[in-house]
Design a protein around this ligand. Structure first.
Ligand code: NAD
Length: 500
């Protein structure tokens, strides 16, 4: 291990500390293979220390006035804005996406921080006056205790910010387990959160992989777990943490279909499709990775291919680049293998993005835009989430057939329809069994006035991240039914019935 390289700290009880582990992983720039730092795989004892600190801090944090909590997030949102350029540069270096896209990653998380600053309007109970004579019933939304979040590599700013700001604003304390592939921008955001005034023990960070995640799932003092990542790991987390009695929300994998009707605005639709399929090198859970062309829209495929060819592949920090590298050499090899499988299984390779020439970056994990037509269920490129810059095209004859096709896929994360017909769009919106629906919007990630959601294999647990739903997720509803005696005539003696 090179002692010169920065090593990620754990955050336990307000102090950044070095892990005592012997297992460290390199954090690698995916455009160059330069090692940027090292991340520890924390020990189970360190997870226990973080949870103990969070449990202790909860005793006072749960009683902290709403205004005090809100003001921390008001300050935090300003600090994030002030450091936007620095955060985006760290993110691009370790994750690969382009600098403007990295700013978008930070910004979509910043919107949740702004929402957390409005907690005074969000964490409200209800009151019903005179539910019986002289009796009122009201509800209070109380924090749960220690909550935990486990995050993926593809949005290392946005997704941690989906989790800890709302958990903490609602009065909980938090254990964050960032992706071990790109934890540096997450740690910078955590430093800024402390600078904004989050007290010691309220936010804690443990790094690691499977063992740390399992320790979180099993820990008796953790009350709720938020997970975002693959379906395989999310299903494991949901089952294991639920079995241990926790609330769990898991946002998982996807295969997002965009349905294009022949009456759509062709130029806008093709621009949207190219951006949504190949942006972030296809490493978005909301990437539009399957294009369903209806009827005469199949004639647009050559124009789509021509547009995709204009995208520039290169390092995310270079001006004018559209498609950065994949996160790791392993991810690159896997996606290349899927492209080979598509050819072997009989799909038509319309555009081959393998091994692009990127000047000065021969070592980078690059794959350029790749397009297959003639794709069918049963082919691996349709059945698996590719998570790379590969668009697969399916042809159907009618809107009804397109809806049936999308609903037959096991995943239900995001979808979009492109049309100028309000009636067709409304039919699609009503009948499609997918969480996020876009109408002429290719990546319909909801703003925090709403909550992220998902159907079928893309989500486990009923309440989504951020927005109104997460206030319910991170709180326990308590109802109070109260009678105050100001007149002896109100009482009615001993009563053995269930009435009030
Ligand atoms: P991943 O499932 O490999 O990792 C997610 C987290 O789980 C990481 O913190 C990782 O350390 C941990 N982990 C990995 N293997 C584990 C194991 N065996 N046991 C326990 N924990 C483990 O996901 P990823 O590759 O980082 O992210 C990409 C996936 O995330 C894609 O499937 C994508 O669709 C999904 N995703 C979904 C959403 C959504 O909102 N639905 C958003 C972003 C990403």
């Amino acid at each position: 291990m090179n002692a010169e390289l920065p090593r990620m700290s754990l955050l336990i009880d307000g102090a950044f500390v070095q892990s005592s582990t012997t297992t460290w992983k390199d954090i690698v720039n995916p455009a160059t293979q330069e090692v940027l730092g090292q991340v520890p795989f924390a020990t189970v004892a360190e997870v226990d220390q973080a949870v103990a600190a969070a449990k202790e801090a909860f005793k006072t944090w749960r009683k902290t006035p709403i205004g005090t909590r809100a003001r921390i997030f008001l300050k935090y949102q300003q600090l994030i804005r002030d450091h936007m350029g620095e955060l985006a540069a760290i993110l691009t270096a370790e994750q690969g996406k382009t600098l403007p896209d990295a700013e978008g990653d930070v910004f979509r998380g910043l919107e949740v921080v702004e929402h957390a600053a409005a907690i005074g309007n969000l964490q409200l109970g209800e009151l019903a006056n005179n539910v019986a004579t002289g009796v009122d019933t009201y509800s209070v939304l109380q924090p749960l205790g220690v909550c935990a979040g486990i995050t993926p590599f593809n949005f290392p700013a946005m997704i941690p910010l989906w989790m800890f700001p709302m958990a903490i604003a609602t009065g909980n304390t938090f254990i964050l387990k960032p992706s071990e592939q790109d934890p540096m921008v997450t740690m910078r955001l955590v430093e800024l959160a402390l600078e904004a005034g989050i007290p010691k023990g309220v936010l804690n960070v443990v790094h690691g992989g499977e063992d740390v995640v399992n320790a979180i799932c099993d820990h008796p003092d953790i009350k709720a777990v938020s997970f975002v990542g693959s379906t395989k790991v999310g299903t494991h987390v949901y089952n294991r943490a639920s079995l241990a009695g926790k609330r769990v929300q898991c946002m998982m994998g996807a295969k997002n279909h965009a349905v294009v009707l022949p009456d759509a605005n062709k130029e806008q639709t093709l621009n949207a499709m190219v951006g949504a399929a190949f942006g972030a090198a296809g490493q978005r859970c909301m990437a539009a990775s399957t294009l369903v062309v209806v009827g005469a829209a199949r004639a647009w495929i050559p124009d789509l291919v021509a547009k995709a060819k204009t995208l520039k592949v290169g390092p995310g920090n270079a001006a004018g680049v559209d498609v950065g590298p994949l996160i790791s050499t392993a991810a690159c090899t896997r996606v290349e293998g899927l492209i080979e499988s598509g050819i072997a299984q009989g799909a038509t390779l319309e555009l081959d993005g393998r091994k692009p020439q990127v000047e000065g970056h021969a070592q980078g994990n690059f794959i350029g835009p790749t397009i297959f037509s003639g794709v069918r269920p049963g082919m691996r490129i349709y059945d698996e989430e590719i998570f790379g810059p590969v668009l697969v095209i399916v042809e159907v004859d009618t809107l009804e057939a397109a809806i049936d096709f999308v609903n037959a896929n096991p995943n239900g994360n995001g979808t979009a329809v492109f049309t100028q017909s309000g009636a067709a769009a409304r039919k699609f919106q009503e009948e499609i069994d997918v969480g996020q629906v876009g109408i002429n919007v290719p990546i319909p990630v909801p703003v925090p006035l709403f909550s992220f959601t998902g159907s079928r294999a893309s989500k486990l647990g009923d309440l989504g991240p951020y927005g109104k739903q997460v206030v319910m997720f991170y709180t326990q509803t308590k109802t109070v039914t109260a009678r105050w005696f100001d007149d002896d005539t109100l009482g009615h003696g001993v009563n053995t019935t269930i009435s009030l």
